[in-house]
Design a protein around this ligand. Structure first.
Ligand code: SF4
Length: 259
């Protein structure tokens, strides 16, 4: 797995580490963390998930560069809608590729009183990432497969760093929601759903588990980008398959949601 640093991300466009390379912004997001949120999708990802719904976020270049201050301004405009639990969510692509810029943003967002949420694949845990986690109220962590070989198949990357990341969250009592994309034939093997549940069942920092059923809405993006969609012929899971996964996770976690 190649991990690119911030300077490489913005190479040729800006050397300012505090600029964020942004794919898009959703102003009233309700799916990425609690309450109503400003959701910022960053450009660039180090995974290549077979089921990626946003392949256009994966290239490292091509987004729009923005400063933390510009995002804080957007947050201030939306503040009345956030109520008690809304706030800022950073998603991707993979957010941690731009951890230096995010540290600047989250530090300023916390100072201004905003709730911060980080949606990540958990593949990077260096000192900057750890500092960023100190400024993060909630982590949405995708653990895409518990089996190392299947994880490699599904994401083209190892799950070792992801599990280390999860462990770090647990050790430091950082609240997390775990997310799991359910894909027929790839991530719905019952034995591995049980293993996934067993592995995290004792983690006291996990507030909820979310099952994200695979869907085909993003398929048109592969066509537009002219890239092969490896799951072109894979259907969305049936109600029965979703319910089966839900029932397995419910054996290990109090709060399980289907999104
Ligand atoms: S981590 Fe997310 S953005 Fe990256 S390839 Fe996987 S699904 Fe796509």
């Amino acid at each position: 797995m190649v991990i690119l640093s911030d300077p490489e991300l913005v190479e040729g466009e800006s050397k300012d580490l505090y600029m964020l390379n942004i794919h898009s912004i959703e102003t009233f997001g309700t799916h990425e963390g609690p309450g109503i949120r400003l959701v910022v999708f960053l450009q660039g990802c180090n995974f290549r998930c077979l089921y990626c719904h946003n392949p256009d976020t994966r290239p490292l270049k091509g987004g729009k560069l923005m400063k933390s201050e510009e995002i804080i301004e957007l947050l201030k405009k939306q503040k009345p809608y956030f109520k008690d639990n809304g706030g800022l969510t950073i998603s991707g692509g993979e957010a941690l590729l731009q951890r230096q810029g995010l540290l600047d943003l989250f530090t300023k967002a916390k100072k201004a009183g905003f709730n911060t949420c980080l949606d990540t694949n958990g593949s990077i845990l260096d000192e900057t990432a750890k500092k960023l986690l100190e400024k993060t109220d909630l982590v949405l962590l995708d653990v895409k497969h518990i089996d190392p070989i299947w994880h490699q198949t599904v994401t083209q990357a190892s799950n070792e760093s992801v599990l280390q990341f999860a462990k770090y969250l647990e050790k430091n009592s950082i609240p997390a929601w775990l997310r799991y994309v359910l894909v027929p034939g790839y991530t719905n093997q019952k034995e591995f759903l049980h293993k996934w549940g067993e592995y995290f069942a004792k983690y006291e920092n996990i507030q909820r588990v979310e099952i994200l059923p695979f869907h085909t809405y993003g398929f048109y993006k592969y066509k537009e980008l002219g890239i092969k969609n490896p799951l072109q012929d894979v259907p969305a899971p049936t109600e029965k398959e979703i319910k089966e996964a839900y029932n397995i996770f419910k054996q290990y976690f109090k709060s399980v949601y289907i999104r």
